[in-house]
Design a protein around this ligand. Structure first.
Ligand code: PMP
Ligand code: GLU
Length: 396
């Protein structure tokens, strides 16, 4: 038989998704396993947003929409960006997509070509690197300093820029590190992009999940000279617990959004008409109570996780200021495992000994770490953290 595409064969399955697939299959075999793996809120989509989706179905919003999204959705997003992010765009600068994932893929397809480099501050969400490869480009890591809590340092990003660089991809609040970039850090990246004539893609999906007074700033709001070269991505998966609805958006310069829309017309067409209706309602009319409840629950879980980790004598962590992950340095324990160093060995050990799934830090770009998601109930967290703590301390 003919071979498969070498590009496709070079793309591994998303490691964050693979973890939960593995947990599901273990559970199906009757194994008592807990997951602190993939990050998705354990909450239900708020009731009023659910009802907006149901009304969309019964009211006949079940047809193709414009590829870039309905006028209602695009207007609701433009209003939200102005109101909450200080970013003033028209609805024609917005494209609805099947999640931030799909919006990002089309942004990369629009900006990247063979030979282009995309600089990605690392550690980062694993899909960034593989999507750049799928778009024909080369991902280039800009390693951040863990001593600073992986602060978004424009100097380190500048050091990774070459004449081939097209795009800098920024994610704040960051998955996995929980770092939240300051206004000054983002301005420095904006200035770098202007000086070196680069595009910026900024993934702001965790903007609503902040702790200890952290503030989420939209890079494109910091000046028109930045906005003209920035594609802002955001969605509903995290803030409104809508992972399964597959809805997100990109906003940016009109000519880039038009190219992304032409691409999307050839790949998926519009994203779900029903999800667009529910998401527009979420932005314009939803009761803020459930969002506040989820934010409070995540903040309490974060405290619980940090308390547990403080009791693990060999662990080191910078408290996350955003998102819902604890990115913890467990290298002291990994060094005690028998055999030559294997970046996935500690996660395997925890799955075997503690029956808890975590994502190895290597997937994000730093093998000393593991990522523990706290988007799960306090009961599960207590049990899982207790089991991990015992398995780790037994190694010392
Ligand atoms: N960006 C980051 C940083 C993420 O962690 C995720 C994971 N869900 C996504 C994008 C994708 O989100 P969506 O469900 O909107 O595709
Ligand atoms: N973003 C989540 C995570 O990092 C969900 C899985 C994925 O889309 O990668 O776990």
């Amino acid at each position: 038989m003919k071979k498969l595409s070498s590009v496709a064969l070079g793309i591994p399955p998303s490691p964050t998704i693979a973890i939960d697939d593995a947990v599901r299959s273990l559970k199906a075999q009757g194994v008592d396993v807990l997951s602190l793996g993939a990050g998705q809120p354990d909450f239900q989509t708020p009731e009023d947003v659910q009802q907006a989706g149901i009304r969309a179905i019964t009211g006949g919003d079940t047809k193709y929409t414009s590829v870039a999204g309905t006028t209602e959705f695009r207007e609701a997003v433009a209003e939200k960006l102005g109101r909450e992010n200080g970013l003033h765009v028209g609805p024609e600068q917005v494209m609805a997509a099947a999640g931030v994932k799909h919006a990002l893929y089309h942004a990369l397809l629009a900006l990247v070509e063979p030979g282009s480099e995309v600089v990605i501050p690392s550690p980062c969400w694993p899909s960034y690197r593989d999507m750049v490869r799928l778009a024909g480009g080369t991902p280039v890591d800009a390693p951040l300093d863990d001593a600073s809590g992986f602060a978004l340092d424009a100097g380190r990003i500048a050091a990774a820029v070459t004449p081939k660089t097209r795009v800098v991809l920024v994610n704040s609040p960051c998955n996995p590190t929980g770092a939240v970039a300051t206004r000054a850090e983002l301005e420095a990246i904006g200035r770098l992009a202007v000086e070196r004539d680069l595009w910026i893609i900024t993934d702001e999906i965790y903007e609503k999940l902040l702790y200890d007074g952290a503030e989420a700033v939209s890079l494109a709001s910091l000046g028109p000279e930045f906005a003209e070269r920035t594609i802002t991505l955001n969605g509903f998966s995290k803030a409104f617990a809508m992972t399964g609805w597959r809805i997100g958006f990109a906003a940016g310069p009109r000519h880039v959004v038009d190219v992304m829309t032409a691409l999307q017309s050839q790949t998926s067409g519009n994203c779900s008409s029903i999800a667009q209706k529910a998401a527009a309602f979420a932005l314009r009319g939803a009761d803020p109570g459930p969002l506040r409840h989820m934010q409070g629950a995540f903040a309490a879980r974060r405290e619980l996780v940090l308390r547990a980790i403080a009791g693990w004598s060999g662990a080191r962590i910078h408290a996350p200021r955003g998102a819902f992950y604890a990115f913890v340095d467990l290298s002291e324990y990994a060094a005690r495992l028998p055999g030559p160093f294997d970046p996935n060995a500690l996660a395997r050990h925890l799955l075997a000994e503690a029956r808890v799934a975590v994502v190895p830090g290597e997937a994000f770009g730093d093998a000393r770490y593991a990522r523990l998601s706290f988007a799960t109930s306090e009961d599960i967290l207590n049990e899982a953290l207790g089991r991990i703590g015992s398995a780790l301390e037994a190694l010392l």
